[in-house]
Design a protein. Sequence first.
Length: 134
Amino acid sequence: GQILSIQSHTSPIREDKERQSPNIIDDIKNIQYILDYVKKYDIWYATCKEINDYFRIYSAVDLQVQGDAIQLEIDEKLLKNVLDREIWIKIYDLDPEFKWYLRRGDEKFLLSQKDDFHITNLPVIKGKFEIIKE
């Protein structure tokens, strides 16, 4: 996907009492127009910190498919100060007649069907997650 960045000041007035632009108050109609236009797309709304954390997690995780399992290897040095450590896993070619899960030990993570794939949110934990059906 592509990044769409909307940057705007939260206040219309600077400390020296001069008007600053762009700002959310004066530009709300333009911002609403942009958001209405892009809402037909699968959009991730995120703060700069969330984008930074996402990139650091993406860089730190090595995901390998091993038969009917997914192995996660983690470079912990890259995750310093990242609190929400989760990744999305998308898997194609699973029979929609079954419920599918990723299992690690006693934990199971439901793979929700969406269009022609299944998806779930996983904690960023080193180890093997088995793909199982019920």
